[in-house]
Write a protein that binds this ligand. Structure first.
Ligand SMILES: Cc1cc2nc3c(=O)[nH]c(=O)nc-3n(C[C@H](O)[C@H](O)[C@H](O)COP(=O)(O)OP(=O)(O)OC[C@H]3O[C@@H](n4cnc5c(N)ncnc54)[C@H](O)[C@@H]3O)c2cc1C
Length: 384
């Protein structure tokens, strides 16, 4: 079980808060509105160790418990959620290698991933396979000591700026059940691996979402994670609990950030001779927002702590992801309304939180699917 000394944890949070306040907050509008890759901020994230946050110290990472990591994601997301995607998706790649890779694979890849020298993400989604991942079409064909990969991925975070991806493919397209023919590869950019178009989005700006095209992309067989075919789907599923805790933490950050902005604005803006916070209709909204944000935080930390204890926490992570992302959506909408016309202005921060929030309802399994997973687990555990 991972743990961290309380004083070290407090110091880490203080460092993150200082960085967010001094380096991120003053520049976020500039980057977000221009949809510009935040190169300087990425360099600072490397120095802070964020690219190795959950990688074990023996491979050069910080080895943080999930609860500490979630708290960091919440703090950053309360100001700018999008930049957490730059290291979140990257850490999912590192997790797949650390959890399921062979020892030589871990030694080869993890130290460079932990420093951010190599950055990457998780490439699962295809144009015709999102929720139903087993429908994916990308194939890897064994050719002596190599695999030859063909197909297209889409919506891949860090796809354009990143260097290396965990790539889910079919090594046996005829397999039944379908998941038993799926394998996960470590796929660095190289000949045959082309970046397609950058996808334009409502929010989640500055982090690139790209199409990745593979045409006779050839990689050595030792890039197959775990070096056994047919385990890819299980390996991806093995990262889902932490992935959902990540997204839940992003939702908490947005919900808390939107609340903070609403509360400050409502105490400053006056109508009919008094601050709008003193009108009951506004106070009721703030009361609901504060409750939602706190409930989302508690659910997320509850799931993260269960994960850190090594317990199965798919239901807890699903609940946290579902509730926190809906809280992000509701709080950002309510906060925007409390801001009146200024909530609709690009000069105020709330419009960014409002545009960023919906992604948390989609990523790492849509909220429709989360509810089905929660229901299934609840009934299984309770024998009803
Ligand atoms: C900004 C952004 C970043 C992303 N980053 C990545 C990334 O880094 N890597 C990656 O691999 N993917 C990424 N994705 C893709 C994301 O994971 C998928 O969009 C998501 O899994 C949903 O798939 P889909 O869009 O194909 O929707 P579909 O699967 O087509 O679903 C459409 C709708 O139907 C619902 N639905 C589907 N099946 C069922 C069912 N059985 N029961 C009930 N409802 C159902 C869904 O909930 C949804 O509402 C990203 C997406 C976005 C928008």
């Amino acid at each position: 079980m991972r743990s961290i000394d309380a004083a070290d944890e407090a110091q880490l949070f203080a460092t993150i808060d200082r960085w967010v306040e001094r380096e991120v907050a003053p520049r976020v509008k500039e980057f977000d509105h221009a949809d510009r890759w935040p190169a300087e901020i990425v360099e600072q994230m490397k120095e802070l160790g964020l690219f190795g946050a959950t990688v074990s110290p023996e491979y050069g990472g910080l080895g943080l418990p999930a609860a500490t990591y979630a708290e960091i994601v919440m703090r950053i997301s309360s100001v700018w959620m999008a930049i957490t995607g730059i290291f979140n998706s990257h850490l999912m790649l590192a997790l797949a290698i650390e959890k399921f890779g062979t020892e030589p694979q871990k030694r080869q890849w993890l130290p460079k991933l932990a420093t951010g020298e190599i950055r990457g993400g998780l490439a699962l989604t295809e144009p015709d396979a999102g929720t139903d991942l087993q429908a994916l079409r990308m194939t890897a064909r064994r050719d002596r000591g190599d695999y030859v990969i063909n197909g297209t991925k889409t919506w891949i975070s860090n796809g354009i700026e990143g260097h290396c991806f965990a790539l889910l493919v079919k090594t046996n397209p005829e397999a039944s059940p379908r998941y038993s023919g799926m394998s996960l590869f470590i796929a660095p950019k190289g000949p045959g691996f082309k970046v397609g178009r950058k996808l334009e989005k409502l929010g989640y700006k500055s982090i690139d979402s790209g199409e990745l095209i593979f045409e006779d992309y050839r990689i050595p067989a030792d890039h197959l994670i775990g070096e056994v075919e047919g385990r890819g789907f299980t390996q991806v599923a093995g990262g889902l609990e932490l992935g959902r805790i990540n997204v839940a933490a992003r939702g908490v950050g947005i919900a808390e950030g939107a609340l903070r902005l609403a509360s400050t604005y409502a105490q400053m803006r006056k109508t009919f001779g008094k601050p709008i916070a003193e009108h009951q209709a506004i106070a009721l909204k703030i009361g609901e927002m504060a409750t939602r944000a706190r409930a989302a935080r508690l659910l997320t930390l509850d799931a993260a702590k269960a994960f850190d204890r090594g317990e199965r926490c798919d239901m807890e992570a699903g609940m946290a992801k579902f509730f926190a992302s809906e809280a992000a959506l509701e709080n950002s909408t309510e906060s925007m309304r409390i801001h009146g016309a200024y909530g609709y202005s690009k000069e105020y921060d709330i419009e960014r939180l409002y545009r960023d929030a919906p992604l948390t309802c989609i990523g790492e399994g849509t909220n429709e699917m989360q509810r089905l997973i929660i229901a299934r687990q609840y009934m299984r555990r309770n024998g009803t």
